[in-house]
Write a new protein. Structure first.
Length: 373
């Protein structure tokens, strides 16, 4: 198949999933065209069968807001025509699903199909905003196929947008072999020179991630056991979090790593991953941590219970329950036998349910089904 994948190039989960899907499809011989405003960070090396097309967004003094979605439509029309695309697969509904719809209308092609994958905030935060709601609903209804990354997100979309069509659940996935390829890059001694326990968090540092809770959980853990906190990522909350770390006098034990392209190299050093988000449609970083054999303490919200099994691969608590999250972290980190069991179970769950080799064929089968319909 010839597949055009539209995605954001940044470190967010939707761009990661789109890039990894492109790599998986290209390996299986499909021709994949990535359409994005920059090269997604995971596609900066050359892959056979992957072609990256950057969208040039026209600016003009009249435009306070350059019309990205229209430049995207133009690029989609050009690529679909010149490369003979079978499918345009839009990752993140806003505005990609609407742009894909418009491109297909312009091309007036029976053959070309559009698929939208919903990732989370495109439904729960951005898409539900009154300024986008009607367009998102329309674009979901008009896509030839729609997928959601968790059962939670599928149900939430149906309720929020009163959707009556099928939304196929295809969960996010990980490359099972990747941790082994990165094993030598991990250096525990650098992050925790006195053998302290290593807690980690990775995100886009937005309020929805509740990183202040990460810091407060860590503060309680460190009162009980020697520990270090590694914070990966960047975003609007970073300065506030740095201030909180200073106020709690944790500077010496908290390391800000900024954005990282390959999380596995760091996750392999971790003893515990923290994800106390207010909303999370899936929690890709939690799965990436589990793939490295790291148990996760998270909130029992959104799609996280579909990824993390409470009491087996980590623990789930209500949003803001810092005390219980910290207590369970201490209990797990001070019980070597249970910690080793959770590590093994986390990795096993990633392997059994979220292996790229199992999930990418679900996308292929969905493409084929849509092309036949
Ligand atoms: O986490 C974010 O806010 C970024 C966002 C994105 O689209 O990049 O993440 C969403 O999509 C990820 C990939 O499917 C999911 O793993 C995240 O759970 C989801 N984020 C939220 O729902 C808050």
């Amino acid at each position: 198949m010839k597949i055009g994948i539209v995605c954001y190039p940044t470190h967010g989960g939707s761009g990661v999933v789109a890039s990894e899907l492109a790599i998986g499809l290209a390996k299986k011989g499909h021709e994949v065209h990535i359409i994005s405003y920059a090269t997604p960070f995971r596609l900066r090396t050359f892959y056979r069968n992957i072609f990256v097309h950057e969208i040039e967004v026209a600016t003009y003094p009249l435009f306070k807001y350059p019309p990205y979605e229209l430049s995207l439509v133009t690029k989609l029309v050009e690529i679909a025509e010149t490369r003979g695309l079978d499918i345009i697969h839009a990752h993140y509904a806003v505005p990609h699903a609407a742009s894909a719809y418009l491109a297909r209308q312009i091309l007036n092609s029976e053959r070309l199909k559009t698929i939208t994958t919903l990732h989370g905030t495109d439904i729960t935060l951005v898409g539900a905003d009154p300024s986008f709601q009607r367009v998102v609903k329309f674009a979901i209804e008009k896509s030839d196929g729609v997928t959601a990354v968790s059962r939670y997100l599928m149900q939430r979309t149906v309720e929020e947008f009163d959707i009556r069509r099928e939304i196929r659940v295809i969960p996010n996935f990980v490359e099972i072999a990747r941790p082994a390829q990165n094993r030598d890059l991990c250096s525990r001694e650098t992050l925790a020179p006195r053998g302290e326990k290593i807690l980690m968090h990775a995100s886009n540092f937005r309020p929805v991630k509740r990183i202040a809770d990460v810091v407060r959980i860590f503060a309680r853990v460190r009162e009980r056991i020697p520990a270090k906190l590694v914070l990966i990522g960047d975003g609007p909350e970073r300065l506030f979090i740095q201030q909180l770390v200073r106020e709690l006098k944790l500077n010496a034990d908290v390391q800000f790593m900024g954005e990282q392209d390959q999380l596995e190299a760091l996750f392999l050093c971790a003893d515990l991953f923290l994800l106390p988000s207010e909303q999370e449609s899936f929690g890709l970083t939690a799965l990436e941590a589990m793939n490295c054999g790291v148990p996760v303490i998270a909130t029992a919200i959104g799609g996280l219970p579909e990824v993390i099994t409470h009491g087996e691969t980590g623990y789930l608590f209500p949003v803001g329950d810092v005390a219980d999250m910290a207590a369970s972290a201490v209990a797990l980190l001070t019980d070597p036998a249970r910690h080793a069991l959770f590590r093994a179970q986390a990795r096993k769950r990633a392997e059994e349910f979220f292996d790229a080799d199992r999930i990418i064929p679900l996308y292929e089968a969905f493409y084929e089904e849509i092309l036949r319909s």
